[in-house]
Write a protein that binds this ligand. Structure first.
Ligand code: ADP
Ligand code: MG
Length: 455
């Protein structure tokens, strides 16, 4: 803790870094490892990607030995309240003014909003045909919250920039009107907050947190599906804000129509304002995103490498960035230059075999959906043709896309014998090469499974 405070007060550190260090809670020092906890994923990412070097060095210095840092995410973490000093001027010689650990009163606009990822701004957002409309709507809202498009509802698959746009609205609004009260919250956090507020008898604080704002940015509303009490509370929050002319921006991985477990009256509300989706980006946009990311991270990656990555990773921008990071990190670690052959080697697994999270039940669910039957029908014993075909294809895909043994696959299909599984797999294999329809069905279901698992 002391070492961290020392860091935060280090006048050589930028205001942005300072505000991030405030979000860190020291957990333990075990031998040469310093364990830190943060409440949110992006804080971890930010610390690891941008601050790791500096923090490691500075903590090593303070502790007097070489240490490594390990950051874990724990949503319940409330970091110690380390006072944040104003940035101190650095003189021409590059030496900093003596550090003055005098706490200053924090005003909302003196430090960046710790709930907003500083990297998710409109500046870093690449516009393409897949997100042009969502971007324009977000910008319009950020320019004059409370006016048009209220609520703004942005939906689309995972990793397509919804959270990025939400944060960008927050940053921009505060930039042009610093006194605007912006609240960004993920729906899971909203749920926890709500539950805790009941438990601790703090419903007034809860109401204040979410109703005394000018802009409420609520992320991944699909998490609220089926959570009746939280939904009810959100509904009241929404109405209170909307009636007061405050802005609400909502994101979801599905459109309001497809939000199950949410009452009609609420879904209708979501459709009052503007709904816009974000689509997977086209090739040009993907390349542009990679170029921008390489620039921002100050890594050299030639055009053919960017193109290679962009052509092979198509459905999720997070994965796209991850691939670039993998390649450049590998090159840096091995002191090699980034070129096409290196990228091909590094990304071999990522591109050809990225199916680690695909489960039997996701395959069964997707296949059943595709054929318009229930999962029970698919895994049952009926011999009618559509059930048999669906069952065999699902078994085949379990074999292809998971590491499950034949007996294990059998278990997922109501306890079928492994020879049955083997027979089915063989049958589909044979038919794929013979029947165009079989080929198309298997391909389509395969693609859907992958698409969903990536989400
Ligand atoms: P979602 O919330 O839709 O799952 P995110 O907003 O978390 O997706 O985006 C995933 C990653 O991709 C983030 O790092 C984000 O900065 C980046 N990203 C998404 N869309 C764009 C874009 N149009 N330009 C630049 N980066 C983007
Ligand atoms: Mg998101």
């Amino acid at each position: 803790r002391e070492a961290l405070e020392h860091l935060v007060h280090d006048s050589g550190i930028s205001a942005q870094h300072r505000s991030f260090l405030r979000l860190v809670k020291p957990l333990a020092v075990v031998e040469d490892n310093v364990f830190l906890a943060v409440a949110e994923d992006f804080t971890k990412t930010y610390i690891e990607s941008t601050l790791r070097g500096g923090v490691t060095e500075a903590l090593s210095h303070v502790l007097g030995r070489d240490i490594r840092i390990a950051v874990t995410v724990d949503a319940s973490v409330t970091p110690p309240d380390i006072a944040v000093p104003e940035p101190t001027a650095v003189d021409d010689a590059g030496t900093s003014a003596p550090s003055a650990p005098t706490p200053v009163t924090r005003t909302p606009d003196a430090v960046p909003d710790p709930h907003l990822n500083p990297r998710y701004t409109f500046d870093t957002f690449v516009i393409g045909s897949s997100n042009r409309f969502a971007h324009a709507a977000a910008l319009a809202v950020a320019e004059s919250p409370g006016k048009t498009y209220n609520p703004l509802f942005i939906y689309g698959g995972s990793g397509l920039g919804k959270t990025h746009l939400l944060h960008a609205i927050g940053h921009y609004t505060r930039q042009i009107k610093p006194q605007t009260r912006v609240r960004y919250v993920n729906s899971e956090e909203f749920t926890n907050d709500f539950i805790n507020s009941i438990r601790d008898d703090r419903s007034l604080t809860f109401k204040r947190t979410y109703r005394e704002v000018d802009v409420l940015l609520i992320d991944d509303i699909q998490f609220l599906q089926g959570k009746e009490q939280t939904l009810e509370e959100f509904f009241h929050t929404f109405n209170a804000l909307h009636n007061a002319g405050k802005h609400v921006v909502i994101t979801s991985d599905v459109s309001p129509r497809n939000l199950d477990g949410i009452e009609e009256r609420m879904r209708t509300r979501f459709e009052w304002g503007l709904m816009t989706d974000v689509q997977p980006p086209d090739l040009e946009t993907r390349i542009a995103i990679l170029r921008k990311k390489a620039q921002a991270d100050d890594v050299a990656a030639p055009g053919d490498v960017l193109e290679y990555i962009a052509s092979n990773i198509t459905s999720n921008i997070r994965e796209l960035e991850g691939a670039l990071i993998r390649v450049t990190a590998f090159a840096a670690l091995n002191k090699q230059t980034v070129d096409l052959s290196l990228a091909q080697v590094v990304l071999k697994d990522l591109i050809s075999d990225n199916d680690s999270e695909i489960t039997a039940s996701s395959i069964i669910g997707t296949t059943a959906d595709y054929f318009g039957i229930s999962m029970d029908e698919l895994t049952g014993t009926s011999r009618s043709r559509v059930f048999v075909t669906a069952r065999q294809i699902a078994m085949y895909l379990c074999r292809e896309l998971t590491d499950l043994s034949l007996p294990k696959i059998g278990e997922h299909f109501g306890g079928k014998d492994h020879t049955t599984v083997m027979y089915s797999v063989k049958k589909v294999e044979d038919q794929i090469a013979q029947r165009r329809q079989m080929y198309n069905q298997v391909n389509e279901i395969h693609a859907r499974v992958k698409q969903q698992t990536r989400g």
